[in-house]
Design a protein around this ligand. Structure first.
Ligand code: AMP
Length: 941
């Protein structure tokens, strides 16, 4: 439609020819995105009547009239004012073309930038960057043109000067991609910063020497390790040496501008180098690790290139605390962990805009393009519950992933960083052999992040001097690249030659810097001048160290206090319009609060939170639909039916209460769970909870469960009190929504690494959550949480049961059954208990007792023994009953605990579904048959 309007106007106007096509093109671009055209053109187009698509003819004629008016006013109204002076005559047409040329460089200059140190990248011809494409030529070089918004500091330039300047700015060692950003302020800001210095600011001699020292350190460290431990895996940084002066420059710049803490996440490549040359890890400790020595206190330990580290770093703005996050081999998964850790630190500082804590994540080129968690992380970057004021993301782009380097094998886009465009992050590709350019984009990136609080990406284009590790032979797979690398001088050499050639330093000084660095390594001394011992100890972990799951939990609260809290958590502002079902639910809660009705699950769970924030504990819960609850049961977040605004009664328990946060999360499991792991490992004083929409979805975060939650403490000595709420239960909803895959969690149990609980009553969930927050032990809590049980008439509790103050790891028979008459004891966990109880009551049986095991791991042997010895010593017939198929659930993984619990001479049998490939059947009738059969099986002697 718009096109036809333009065409109609051109056909009827006297403005025709080259201009017509171009302005038409511009107008089209403007209609797509007003920010994509020059300010001058935007102003013109803005003044045109808007099309509304209904009164088409009227709009046609209006638009034509407007253009006619512009044409009548002459060229000045149609095109940006041409420069009056200059040796050549300025035509409107050429002036337009010049502006078009500037735009082309801003959009596509990066495609002709000199980014690859090896010169292997094949650059496609970009016609937009050619003068001829714009019907310009060198013959126009002397003509002076208006340069529009080109931020060079002058309004006009000769085309020759401009052409040189554009090439220097956009096609040198930096390829800046930012024209995909729709926000004009950001775009203008970036243009100003880049164009005003033609992407190459003057830098001081001191800064140059400091860059050189960084390169000497990067190179020296690898050479030293290579000589001392030949063939040992170190995942050398060589080729990407600029990373060291880059990181140091980044931290210094950040510290100078108010950053107090930096959290870094990175994979193995270059990690040892960063540990020693940036974080100031003592090289002698690293050498000991190479020699096989290790710190016995660190449990199972991990390889040295996964190790984290903490230190302080002196900057002109004060010391900055540095934390390098521990990392598994799974690439990119550390990114959301870092963000979670940063969010916790920001919360601790009460800093909402992210200005005091900086996340830096370092990526590989293949991984950033290949791993899905990158997309999830970018998607979280501006979401309310997860934003951290932007992350500086650096890609060590060594152009090869292990042995795979061909672009057509590794990705589907020209750049590995294209994923960042999904959040409109600016992307700076930079040739790592030009460390001054690297430093320029690093500061620019940092300033952008601080100003706009958004992610920014630096693509450090480099190479990898050796194979994937030092024992690899890269020539087997990348022969041409490695022939080139062999002849390519190291970055230190290139930069030292540059500085000596320009007279900034002499050979002698260079030699001295090299030998000083080597001598420091020989002495095993810290090689980072800025290193400072840690003083910014923002949280003291010592109260949480050395506790096991048997650590006492004193959760007693009087009934009166519970009533007071319950009333507070039901309070909504006067006249707050609630949705009718929610209103009824809250009215019901008020009855429960008065003690006139037993408490249901949602009430008890919310009361646990109210009781914790009341004592100053902070709570953070995220998950898909957590505010309301997947099953319409939580309603911790209310929605005003008139305004849509949210209100959280739990945030209004009392004035000086703990912080209560519940966020409906982005629809991700992997990144969100990883984020919450990062949060919980950085903040032991917050009860951190991640909830799955349905428990089985947690396997979308299997990497987090395997690599961090189950094993993080064993590998790295890092405590984590994260709670996972995973709805689980066989209710005929088919294979996907029945099982939270309990067996997976049980299979990973060892060393008391976490707790796996299946609470069956509201009082139990109340105490379980309070215990997790109050007890000083900080270990993950995996909860098989209920679905239909949320409304089960038998699954209720009294205020007295909440007041009593303990989580029962085992619950003995509750009916009045004479233990002496019991011939069989059925053990079970979770919802099936109520099916068994119901059936046994219907059958009026008194020879079967039912025991609930509410904590499957660590298995409560003592409590079980106490019950068995006092009541069921005589029973020989023991059954484990479960809803899950035999190969799933607790049967295989916990069977040894069940056997250990029963009296000597007793036999243990299984009642449950037959082994199955699928977690549950899809047909409700088959489900019901199976459920009846397993209950009958458990109860029939
Ligand atoms: P960070 O702020 O992460 O650099 O941590 C500072 C120090 O606190 C570390 O060196 C550890 O001694 C301790 N620490 C941090 N996180 C944990 C954790 N999750 N578990 C135990 N100790 C921790």
């Amino acid at each position: 439609m718009q096109q036809s309007v333009m065409k109609a106007w051109w056909d009827s106007s006297h403005m025709a020819g080259g201009n017509a096509a171009y302005v038409e093109e511009l107008y089209e671009a403007y209609l797509d995105d007003p920010n994509s055209v020059e300010d001058t053109w935007r102003d013109i187009f803005d003044k045109l009547p808007k099309l509304d698509g209904v009164a088409l003819e009227a709009n046609h004629s209006q638009i034509r009239d407007e253009f006619r008016k512009m044409a009548a006013l002459g060229p000045a109204a149609r095109v940006p004012a041409a420069a009056a002076s200059g040796s050549g005559a300025v035509s409107d047409d050429k002036q337009v073309k010049v502006l078009q040329l500037i735009n082309a460089y801003r959009f596509r200059g990066h495609q002709h930038a000199n980014l690859d140190p090896l010169g292997l990248w094949k650059q496609a011809r970009v016609r937009d960057l050619e003068l001829s494409h714009h019907t310009l030529s060198e013959r126009d070089f002397d003509t002076v043109y208006n340069v529009g918004s080109y931020a060079i500091g002058q309004d006009s330039m000769s085309l020759g000067e401009l052409y040189k300047s554009l090439n220097r700015t956009y096609c040198g060692s930096i390829g800046a991609e930012y024209m995909h950003i729709t926000d004009t302020e950001q775009k203008r800001w970036l243009q100003q910063r880049i164009e005003s210095v033609q992407a190459k600011p003057e830098i001081s001699r001191d800064e140059k020497v400091s860059i050189l020292k960084g390169l000497i350190a990067a190179d020296g460290m690898e050479k030293y390790l290579g000589a001392k431990f030949p063939g040992a895996k170190r995942f050398s940084l060589e080729g990407g040496d600029s990373l060291i002066p880059m990181l140091k420059g980044l931290i210094t710049h950040a510290g100078t501008h108010g950053t107090k803490e930096v959290v870094i996440g990175m994979a193995h490549r270059g990690r040892l180098n960063v540990l020693v040359n940036v974080l100031g890890k003592n090289p002698s400790v690293l050498f000991d690790e190479f020699s096989g020595k290790h710190d016995e206190s660190l449990g199972a330990g991990d390889v040295k290139y996964h190790a984290g580290y903490s230190s302080d770093f002196a900057t002109p703005g004060g010391n900055v605390h540095l934390a390098l996050a521990f990392n598994p081999s799974h690439l990119e998964i550390v990114n959301p962990v870092v963000m979670g850790s940063v969010r916790a630190r920001l919360d601790r500082r009460g800093c909402e805009d992210g200005s005091t804590v900086l996340p830096i994540t370092i990526h590989g080129d293949s991984a950033i393009a290949g791993q899905g968690v990158v997309q999830e992380t970018f998607n979280m970057s501006q979401a309310r519950g997860f934003k951290v004021g932007g992350t500086v993301r650096i890609v060590i782009n060594n152009q090869v992933g292990f042995t795979t380097s061909k672009i057509e094998d590794t990705r589907s886009t020209q750049y590995c960083t294209d994923i960042a465009k999904m959040v409109q992050a600016p992307i700076f590709h930079v040739n790592a052999d030009d460390p001054e350019a690297v430093l320029f984009v690093t500061k620019l990136a940092m300033d952008y992040r601080n100003k706009f609080k958004r992610d920014v990406v630096i693509d450090l284009v480099c190479y990898r001097r050796h194979g994937h590790n030092e024992a690899d032979e890269p020539n087997a797979t990348q022969p041409l690249m490695y022939q080139k690398i062999k002849k390519h001088p190291v970055p230190r050499q290139i930069y030292a030659d540059q500085l000596t050639a320009e007279g900034s330093i002499d050979d002698h000084e260079v030699e001295k810097l090299i030998s000083d660095y080597r001598a420091a390594l020989d002495h095993g001394a810290c090689v980072v001048d800025e290193w400072r011992p840690m003083t910014e100890h923002s949280v003291d972990w010592s109260p949480y160290l050395g506790h096991d799951w048997t650590a006492p939990y004193d959760g007693a609260l009087s009934v009166d206090k519970l009533k007071e809290l319950a009333r507070a958590m039901c309070r909504v502002p006067d006249g707050y319009p609630l949705q009718s079902r929610v209103k009824k639910l809250y009215a019901d809660r008020e009855v429960m609060a008065a003690g006139d009705k037993n408490l249901d699950w949602g009430m008890a769970e919310n009361l646990a939170y109210a009781s914790l924030v009341d004592t100053g504990v902070n709570i953070r819960m995220t998950g898909q639909d957590s505010g309301r609850g997947t099953f319409f049961h939580r309603h911790a977040v209310l929605h005003n039916q008139k305004t849509g605004e949210a209100y959280m009664p739990l945030q209004h328990i009392k004035d000086d209460q703990g912080k209560m946060e519940i966020y409906d999360s982005v629809l991700s499991e992997e990144a969100v769970m990883a984020f919450e792991f990062g949060y919980a490992t950085a903040e032991p004083r917050t009860l951190t909870i991640w909830e799955a929409q349905f428990g089985d979805f947690a396997n979308g975060a299997q990497v987090v469960i395997d690599q961090f939650l189950s094993s993080g403490e064993a590998k790295w000595g890092r405590l984590c009190g994260l709670t996972l709420l995973l709805p689980h239960g066989y209710e005929g909803q088919g294979p996907e929504h029945s099982s939270a895959r309990l067996e997976r969690f049980l299979q990973l149990c060892a060393d008391h690494n976490w707790q796996v609980c299946v609470p069956s009553t509201p009082a139990q969930v109340f105490h379980m959550l309070r215990r997790q927050a109050i007890r000083p032990m900080r270990r993950p809590l995996i909860v098989m949480s209920p679905k239909s049980l949320l409304r089960h008439p038998l699954a209720t509790s009294t205020l007295e049961e909440l007041s009593e103050g303990v989580f029962h790891n085992v619950i003995d028979e509750i009916d009045d059954i004479d233990a002496a008459k019991v011939k069989r004891v059925v053990m079970c966990s979770g919802k099936v208990y109520y099916d068994l109880l119901d059936q046994r009551r219907k059958d009026e049986r008194d020879d079967v007792a039912i025991i609930r095991i509410e904590q499957l791991y660590p298995f409560p042997h003592d409590e079980m023994a106490a019950i068995v010895q006092s009541k069921y010593k005589h029973v020989k017939d023991w059954v484990w009953c479960q809803e899950e198929p035999q190969n799933q659930g607790a049967w295989y993984c916990s069977q040894h605990h069940f056997w250990a619990s029963i009296p000597e001479g007793g036999k243990l049998t299984y009642a449950g579904r037959a082994a199955a490939a699928s977690p549950a059947v899809g047909y409700i009738s088959v489900h019901n048959q199976q459920q009846k059969a397993l209950v009958d099986d458990a109860l029939t002697l």
